[in-house]
Ligand binder design. Sequence first.
Ligand code: DAH
Length: 344
Amino acid sequence: MKEQLQALQTEALEKVTQASSRKELQDVRVAYLGKKGPITEVLRGMGKLSKEERPVIGELANTVRGAIAEAINHKQAVIEAAELEKQLAAETIDVTLPGRPVPTGGAHLLTTIVEEIEDLFIGMGFEVKEGPEVETDYFNFEALNLPKEHPARDMQDSFYITEEILMRTHTSPVQARTMTAIKDKRPVKMICPGKVYRRDTDDATHSHQFTQIEGLLVDKNVRMSDLKGVLDHFAKQMFGEDREIRLRPSFFPFTEPSVEMDISCKVCNGKGCSVCKKTGWIEILGAGMVHPRVLEMAGYDPTEYSGFAFGMGPERIAMLKYGVDDIRHFYTNDIRFLKQYHKQ
Ligand code: DAH
């Protein structure tokens, strides 16, 4: 029996040495030290031994079991250390490797410009309003003092949907909508950015769909000088403190008097160059004092209230500010164009 135990020890220790994974080691543990293992069996059969042999064999069995258990535990520690080593090696981060860029999007130039203009007018106490792109003939034309037979309607070739419904040709209907919606006829101070539609053939300076920002201020004693002050502030904030503005007489059915505003050309500083077509000035927007008929139709008493309005094209402003030479760049979504204007 003694030899049998010793042989078991040798055999078990040999298996421990050969085991190269936790699983194999666990198999050895179960095989030799488990309840059904040979050592347990020896201990169970002790009853059959003589009184003298019993303590000797018992001690030896315990020693053998202890030796095997120790060998297993030791090997276990070795295997675990090796596994950890391997894992650490696999997870090593080379901090000297160049990073992989994560491509991110950015706001479209037009969005940036519109938000910039919004912020500027919000800073002067204006509210930002919205209106529908599919508009009624009434709000797009009639309420703006453009009755059906009015020749100025020709200036705005429209996309009609029915006789009375069209794609709005400008953001001016939002003036009429805003004033009409105010029941207590309090003062108004709003801007409205949005898409507008015209039956134009697309080229470098025309697009059948483009953006406008409308402005409207109605209050008691509003004068042309108020309009000029607001526009001057706008122009200097947008294009630089050194810009000058100039108002030229013009015509719009919904304003009287009407003006067009120019800013002095930044490229030649007013001397005249190809950008300003040798005039030294660049046209930026249309504006004027709200026509009394427009106030009246929206429920405001023109003897009590007066106001000014203006309308501008953010595409044109962005083109001038950033030297964009073709309006189609805004709509064709060429990432090489758009990326140049992403803020970092
Ligand atoms: N609605 C005009 C257009 O589309 C622009 C405009 C001119 C708007 C004068 C105004 C204004 O509010 O006062 O051409």
